[in-house]
Design a protein around this ligand. Structure first.
Ligand code: SF4
Length: 512
């Protein structure tokens, strides 16, 4: 079972638009690659398989900049993000990006990375960005393993015959340390939520058979505990017994997993809410520059306020706010992935509509976000947030489902009502494809975020008003997953199907 954290994987990371798979994920990979190299990088060569999603959009979506920002140990929110190649040059780092087939390419967002450092060190790794900013380092110097960035990692490569002493030292730190056999050496891999002590590192460095000692720090909250429940059915049984809302269940889960207090968790979510509020403000007030679309959020918002839309009301204002947050995302501003960059408009729109139109307090809004997180958690554990794997239903569809749960929580509904509202949204978007025009996260992403922000309120009201959901959330998610995997590659984030092929879409002029 995947170990999923709401703060690490569902509502977050705080990132730079436009795409969590193509900016947040590469940034995390870059950070870990730099750690594994163990010294300042002098040369970095990136390879993407020609038929992959990364090959199509690594430049347009800023993956190249994000990889380099990570390699330079800079934050993705760094104001110099857009000139990170200049920063790299200034630090003497040479870069290349190539489209070439490589044997390890087993995911639409696979990358092969070769690094050389100023002191002569080198490392080769195969990494995947697997959706919503989640990553997997799948091999290091040809040794197969899995690093996901939620632990301190130690990789100890030793000569054959010298494994026993190093493994004994490593298992004192990680009882589950693994042994991976190579042709001429063995890799010992340990990981822990505790930082390795200097005495352990010193003793490993003195090992007579040592070839290489690599370490990597976590790029997100380290996971210290076990999950409180395995699925939504268990969550609901627990919530029923304890009298918890969906948000309370989510807080209990996350507290145990990360070893954080309720207050720390609420503060961490409040920081995400602050980024969401700012992204909506930017989109409404600053007309962010995008590649294909003109910013229209402010126009729609003003039209609704001026009585120029037909029905108007909170549903339309939520749609305008979702457009606004997506405009900020499209302009490479700092946003909160919720659950992804391409769907970073829905939850901010729901949250700000609850606060500004319906008078929900800041604390209650933060709690509503925890309820949203519980739904994203259910999806990520059973499926994926990667549109490259399952289409737009696991990005904007997921955000809409999460938003519906947030609205039910805000309305004082039960955990099961919140899950039913979420399931209803998923059922409405089953099979929705990822057909982004020109490989840019704008069309149809922005209007779909607007529609799903509105639908979140509708489906919450349907459940609160008496509609009975026939298929529970977990089963619905399984159907979403299997449907997504039946979609042809052309409709999974490759810009080779759907709207992306329409003559008008292809003819659109993109701004530099
Ligand atoms: S169409 Fe949906 S899944 Fe594809 S890039 Fe846009 S938001 Fe993401």
């Amino acid at each position: 079972m995947k170990r999923v954290s709401i703060l690490n994987h569902v509502i977050g990371p705080i990132m730079r638009g436009p795409s969590s798979s193509h900016t947040a994920g590469p940034h995390r990979i870059g950070r870990i690659a730099r750690d594994l190299l163990g010294e300042k990088p002098l040369r970095a060569d990136f390879f993407f398989h020609p038929s992959s999603s990364l090959a199509v959009c690594y430049h347009d979506q800023g993956s190249d900049l994000a990889f380099v920002t990570g390699l330079l140990e800079r934050e993705l929110t760094d104001g110099a993000f857009h000139v990170m190649f200049d920063e790299a040059r200034a630090e003497g780092l040479e870069l290349s990006f190539s489209l070439e087939p490589f044997d390890e390419a087993d995911h639409p967002n696979s990358a092969l990375i070769r690094l050389g450092g100023t002191g002569g060190a080198s490392v080769t790794l195969h990494a995947r960005s697997v959706g919503g900013g989640s990553i997997e380092i799948a091999s290091v110097d040809g040794f197969p393993l899995c690093l996901v960035g939620d632990s301190h990692e130690l990789l100890v490569e030793v000569e054959k015959g010298f494994e026993a002493a190093a493994l004994e030292r490593l298992t004192a730190w990680d009882a589950k340390a693994e042994r991976i056999e190579g042709a001429t050496s063995t890799l010992l891999h340990g990981s822990s939520c505790r930082e390795p002590g200097e005495s352990l590192l010193e003793s490993l460095r003195k090992d007579p058979g040592l070839r290489n000692l690599r370490r990597a720090r976590p790029v997100m909250h380290p996971l210290c505990g076990d999950p409180l429940f395995a699925d939504t059915a268990e969550l609901l049984a627990l919530a029923d017994g304890e009298g918890w809302s969906l948000a309370e269940a989510a807080l209990a889960y996350e507290g145990r997993l990360l070893g954080l207090s309720r207050e720390e968790l609420m503060q961490a979510m409040d920081r995400r809410l602050a980024v969401m509020i700012e992204s909506v403000r930017q989109g409404l007030e600053e007309r962010p520059a995008m590649r294909l679309l003109e910013p229209t959020a402010a126009k729609l918002f003003a039209a609704e306020r001026g009585g120029k839309t037909f029905l108007g009301g909170p549903h339309v204002r939520a749609a305008a706010r979702a457009l606004a947050a997506m405009h900020a995302n499209g302009g490479s501003a700092v946003v909160c992935a919720a659950p992804t960059g391409g769907s970073a408009g829905v939850i901010p729109a729901v949250a700000t509509t609850l606060m500004e139109d319906l008078g929900l307090s800041r604390e209650a809004t933060v709690k509503a976000l925890w309820a949203a997180g519980a739904v994203g958690l259910a999806l990520d554990r059973r499926s994926t947030f990667a549109a490259e794997v399952c289409g737009c239903q696991v990005e904007i569809g997921a955000a809409g489902a999460m938003g519906a749960a947030a609205v039910v929580e805000a309305a004082g509904g039960s955990a099961s009502q919140a899950c039913d509202a979420a399931a209803t949204v998923f059922q409405n978007v089953m099979g929705s494809v990822c057909d982004l025009v020109q490989g840019i996260v704008e069309i149809p992403c922005h209007s779909r975020n607007a529609a799903l922000a509105s639908q979140a309120f509708l489906c919450a009201d349907m459940i609160l008003g008496g509609y009975e959901n026939p298929v529970p959330l977990d089963e619905t998610i399984d159907a979403v997953d299997s449907t997504g995997r039946m979609l042809p590659e052309e409709l999974r984030c490759t810009a080779r199907g759907g709207l992306a092929l329409c003559p008008s879409a292809r003819a659109m002029r993109r701004r530099p």
